[in-house]
Design a protein around this ligand. Structure first.
Ligand SMILES: Cc1ncc(COP(=O)(O)OP(=O)(O)O)c(N)n1
Ligand SMILES: Cc1nc(C(=O)O)sc1CCOP(=O)(O)O
Ligand SMILES: [Mg+2]
Length: 373
């Protein structure tokens, strides 16, 4: 639409007005400050070089529009907005909230720059629009990294891994274990039809997420995608990890069973997020598979460089042997799924695992003090 003389005169009038320049000055600062806050988390929180560089580039692009003329229009003492705050600005309860608030701030500021910038120069309006689109894309990339980071943190904190078996009151048993404190659950069912598996997986995922626990699916990447599970557990004969990540998305967890030192080496090279180490004991849940034994647990203690869960035949009675061999994480099926008191069994496992962890860190500190003295 052609600009009328009236519009042009208003435009020129405003462009030369200090108010427009002050708006630009404030929003150029605001957008760069917001980006700096986001950049700090990309750099120090996530160690993400590419995202950190993108924030830096965007800040530099914005800075190019901050001309001396715009800076000269600044008049902070007479700005009625400097002491206006919203109660929500005073409260930030998590890093995610800080990031979200600052993405909003940057996007709003860029929108203001786009609209008022057009009055000064169409190029400035267009440039700010392009920068705003890049900020949207940065936000979705960062959201992916954050959810991956959160999952891995939760995985690291999980010492007990509950693997389900197809019992009649499946959801009740899993809920009882969640109430006992389990934070990592795997849905494993070798016999149900696909529709049943799909419905059960959906219900389990919702249940686990209500308790802020991770939900992983055994064997089936398709089901994991369908219900947006936190990850998948692969056996030795299943697809390569890279393919699983390609299908699931890089932010999801991928675990692998290992039964020997060679399996462990391969899984670590493949870049899985965790491994199962077992079977520690022969078990009817995995009938026909010979035990890898406590020797393999001891091997994992000395060689695994990723979170690993001792698995296979572990129960309340033999737990102490597995812990004495050095395991800090365990995975169980029957000991919880067939327990008469799944909450109590879960609490017992977790308390023993936490105690082991405390003893282990005291021991490590003692040994490092000994080597200093
Ligand atoms: C944590 C964990 N470790 C090992 C296994 C066993 O997986 P896999 O070898 O694929 O055997 P199945 O469970 O599919 O019979 C596991 N599920 N979880
Ligand atoms: C599913 C599974 N995988 C194993 C492995 O060694 O990879 S042992 C196992 C069964 C674990 O069940 P339970 O706790 O009832 O013995
Ligand atoms: Mg499997």
């Amino acid at each position: 639409m052609a600009e009328t003389d009236y519009q042009r005169s208003i435009g020129q009038g405003f462009a030369s007005q200090p108010a427009v320049l002050r708006i630009l000055d404030a929003n150029l600062d605001r957008s760069r400050e917001g980006l700096r806050i986001i950049e700090e988390w990309c750099r120090f929180g996530l160690n993400q070089r590419a995202l950190t560089e993108e924030c830096k580039q965007l800040r530099q692009l914005i800075a190019q529009w901050h001309s001396d003329e715009i800076r000269a229009a600044r008049n902070t003492p007479q700005d009625p907005g400097t002491d206006l705050t919203h109660p929500q600005e005073q409260v930030r309860s998590s890093v995610a909230q800080v990031l979200q608030a600052n993405f909003c701030r940057v996007q709003e500021a860029l929108r203001v720059l786009e609209e008022y910038g057009k009055i000064v120069s169409p190029e400035m309006g267009e440039a700010c629009k392009q920068i705003r689109y890049r900020v949207y894309s940065l936000e979705s990339q960062l959201t992916e990294h954050l959810s991956s980071h959160r999952r891995l943190q939760k995985l690291l904190q999980s010492r007990l891994y509950l693997i389900t078996s197809p019992v009649e009151n499946l959801l009740d048993v899993v809920e009882a274990s969640l109430q006992g404190g389990v934070t990592l659950v795997q849905y494993r069912d070798k016999t149900a039809d696909d529709l049943t598996r799909l419905h059960t997986a959906k219900a389990l995922k919702e249940l686990c997420h209500r308790y802020d626990a991770l939900f992983v699916i055994n064997d089936r990447i398709d089901l994991a995608i369908a219900v947006d599970a936190d990850g998948v557990h692969l056996g030795q004969q299943d697809v390569p990890v890279a393919l699983a990540r390609q299908l699931l998305g890089s932010q999801k967890i991928v675990g692998r069973s290992t039964h020997s030192p060679d399996d462990l080496d391969r899984a670590m090279r493949e870049g899985v997020d965790y491994v199962g180490v077992g079977p520690v004991y022969e078990t009817p849940t995995k009938a026909g598979r010979a035990a890898a034994g406590l020797d393999y647990v001891r091997h994992a203690v000395n060689h695994a460089t990723l979170p690993w869960f001792a698995i296979g035949g572990i129960d309340l009675e033999n737990l102490h042997e597995v812990l004495s061999a050095g395991a800090e994480r365990i995975a169980v099926v029957r000991a919880i799924m067939q327990s008469e008191q799944p909450t109590l069994a879960t609490q017992f496992f977790i308390s023993q695992l936490n105690r082991q962890q405390t003893l282990h860190s005291i021991h490590t500190r003692f040994r490092s003090n000994e080597s200093i003295n």
